[in-house]
Design a protein. Sequence first.
Lengths: 304, 304
Amino acid sequence: MPMTYETVDVFTDTAFGGNPLAVVFGGEHLTTEAMQAIAREFNCPETTFVMPPKDGANTGHVRIFTPGVELPFAGHPNVGTATVLARRGEAFGRPVGDAVRFEEAIGTVGLEILREAGQAVGAVLTSPSLPTVRGSFDPSAVAAAVGLADSAVVVARHAPAHVAIGATFVIAEVADLDALAAARSDAAAQVAHLGEAAPPLVYLYTREDAGPDDTGPGTLRIRSRMFAPRAGIPEDPATGGAAVAIAGLFATLFEGDLDLTIEQGIEMGRPSRLDVRIVRGAGDPRITVAGRCVAMLRGTLLAG
Amino acid sequence: MTLTFETVDVFTDTAFGGNPLAVVFGADGLSTEAMQRVAREFNYSETTFVLPPADPANTARVRIFSTKREMPFAGHPNVGTATVLAWRGEIFGRRLGEGMVFEEIAGLVPIAVQSEGGRPVGAMLTAPERFTTAAEATVDDVAACLALTPADIRTEAHRPVVASAGLPFLIAELAGRDALARARPDVAAFGSAPSVVPIGAILCYARTGDPKAGDEFDIRARMFAPIRNVAEDPATGSANCALMGLLASLRAQPGTLALRIAQGVEMGRPSLLLGEADWSDGAVTAIRIGGRCAPVMRGELLAC
């Protein structure tokens, strides 16, 4: 049986925005090397392979590849794969309902399908782990690493932070949209000013409204850019992992629950929107990331 | 109107080698901006759109887009598009034979389909513009851009020089396969070396055709254009057209120079380009480049 695939733009409701993803069906027979070759051929930021689950209680076994490596977990591939399955309506002979569970290298990953008028429009991912704030970076060094003046990096609420959620990020607040637009993705500058050992994923954001004070539930709207030139990604249009990481950072700054709206990818021409929620119960906070998806391509693999 | 597409790997007979290309059909009503968005979504080095010819004597009008801009001419998109058309056997209600002519911005591009056992396996194009050379680059600049030493650059036959048969490339001969394997693009040098900056793309090659060395190729080449977002290209038809013209002009013997050129080996996408250049009356009179293609995917666009 030939392998089929669909591609979707994730974290957007507009075609040609968001972050592209290819979802491949019928790849059960493939070796890891063959999956990697197909992911490199798609040349999407990530490609997933959906296979039958080992445990019948789960929806599918999902493996995630960039063009270069297999990932244990990533945000936009889960949101996109869940939405594609929900639109198909069934997976491996069973209906896909509003709750989806994927078996992945990191463990079991749960998502909830977003529906409007009965149609699946996106999915909500619950982060399987919580980010940790490992330390901070000198604001002047971060400014220089992205080609900005010292004053463009804002430290009133937090110093540029080193946050880990599987991948590790440098997260810095910048003064305004002009500073965000002026920032540059420059591998050499990142190494020169932050050092070889610094995380290669540099995430800048600015507030589009004042946001909550440090108590009580609130809402906050930010615009962000993610530069990873050292990882071969000049700029990423929508970064689910970074959304979870910044939520973890904000959880250390604010009391109460938080609804965080992130706009990303606008400067590079692939507008994206990620809706993040921090919910605190008795124990650790729970972080979810929601996104919409647009169907783009559908086809058959003739080789593989 | 549904847009359909096929993808092929060009300059190889093995899927996941060569240089990928998407060929889109049914795009007659699409604006230039929409074609650019579709090309960016495919994220291949080039995507072509096959449109009805202005002059019915020609096979088709072919528009070529990189992820960033429309191209007047390029090599692998022509070889791939012609092979896909030959497999289909007809276009715009007419049957296709061994010879095709594409209308492109650079002019008319004649293409000969190559078949084995009655089945098309590839194609060979004739470069649309006459061969020219322009400024030389310094050995030091080229060595810096390729992270090599000046001793790795050979200058006996020619110094590093800009050559074009439609698109200009800086062409540099290296000392041998070892230097070719060690070459890697230094982004900072590409952005600052004065004699490289105006072109930004280097095709470096080594002569490897010594029968005693047992190499099945006459030339091994690599193409780097990191400033144009091509860290390394697996198979560059236009650059090898320029190389063929340069080598024929240096040889200065009446007749046809024919060479087998390997590219993309070091980056894991092995490609074979068959080059020909005619020399007579003191000038290069025609340059052809060809190769095989492997089918990879087929499908339709769901959004536009």
